[in-house]
Design a protein around this ligand. Structure first.
Ligand code: GDP
Length: 304
């Protein structure tokens, strides 16, 4: 991820670093190159504007003084502004004061929610928590089963509706709101410290999906609602994130598939557009391909 963006910024900075003196034209040339590199990496236009605007304003104020030459100072400014766009500080999960901490996952189908549920459960278990996974994705026939597999791998129990529940002789899919509530009750009774509720995703944003997720949210009052987004989604990132923010609202973001070799603009856009912190990153299919998101480390990787 970011290989191309990283290469381009590095070569822009190579020219800049040697400069003992910077004219306004030098700065504008640099800003132009940064703008193009970000747009080519699929960063949202509004975010690119904010970012380059901030860098330009600060770069114009740079003076010849101190240990860094003007070129190096501009590189430092870009680094600082990149960290700011990515959210500044990393934010920890908010845990409930009483009873289990409730974490709900939402996002499009294929974003990596179920995989992430297992990773997050594993991560929390390592910190001494006793998580329970709740399978409230009843849309996709195999989703419950997939979560059970993930739970087994993580060594974490899974609360799931009885398979093929029939009522009045009819086969029904089950009610995800009821499953989520029952899962929460189970966690309280068995004194789990964390509950992670996996919810259904569709291929595209749709009203029914949003309502279902919003209903689950209302019913279980989660401490955190994590919006899971595939970092490879490109320019669709902003529209998808905005739709989920309006439809369900979320308290934090998880970026998945950061191991991919695509452009990664979603990673750079979603925090600025939604104002919600990126909290975790998923970087592969293994349980341990998971990390707490640190804006400064991510900026460092991009500008390396
Ligand atoms: P869900 O529909 O949102 O629950 O998505 P899944 O968890 O089923 O993930 C969809 C696909 O993406 C699966 O094939 C996962 O193995 C894969 N996947 C999930 N997270 C990652 C990741 O961080 N990196 C890579 N390379 N693949 C991932």
């Amino acid at each position: 991820m970011f290989a191309n963006l990283s290469d381009r910024l590095t070569s822009t900075f190579r020219n800049l670093r040697g400069k003992g003196r910077l004219t306004e034209a030098d700065i504008d040339g640099t800003i132009r190159e940064i703008r193009r590199a970000l747009l080519d990496a699929d960063v949202a236009v509004s975010v690119v504007k904010t970012f380059t605007g901030n860098v330009r304003e600060r770069a114009l104020g740079v003076e010849v003084s101190g240990a860094l030459n003007p070129g190096e100072q501009v590189v430092k400014i870009v680094n600082e502004e990149l960290i700011a766009i990515l959210g500044g500080e990393s934010r920890q999960l908010r845990h409930a004061k009483h009873g289990p901490t409730v974490i709900m996952l939402a996002g499009l189908q294929g974003a990596g929610k179920t995989t992430l549920a297992g990773k997050l459960a594993h991560h929390l278990k390592e910190q001494g928590h006793t998580p329970l996974l709740v399978a409230a994705d009843l849309q996709r026939p195999n989703a419950v089963n997939q979560l059970q597999v993930v739970g087994e791998r993580a060594g974490v129990p899974v609360f799931a509706p009885e398979p093929g529940v029939t009522r009045e002789g009819e086969r029904e899919r089950g009610n995800p709101v009821k499953v989520a509530k029952k899962g929460l009750k189970e966690a309280e009774q068995r004194q789990h410290s964390v509950v992670i509720v996996d919810t259904a995703g569709r291929l595209g944003v749709d009203a029914e999906l949003m309502k279902q997720a919003a209903d689950i949210r209302k019913a279980i009052e989660p401490d955190e609602v994590l919006f899971v987004i595939d970092a490879m989604i490109g320019q669709d990132a902003v529209a998808t994130a905005t739709a989920f923010q309006q439809g369900v609202d979320f308290t934090g973001v998880v970026l998945t598939k950061l191991d991919g070799d695509t452009r990664g603009g979603a990673a750079l856009s979603v925090r600025e557009v939604t104002g919600r912190p990126i909290m975790f990153a998923s970087t592969g299919e293994k349980l341990t391909d998971f990390e707490v998101f640190h804006p400064d480390r991510m900026a460092g990787r991009i500008l390396d």
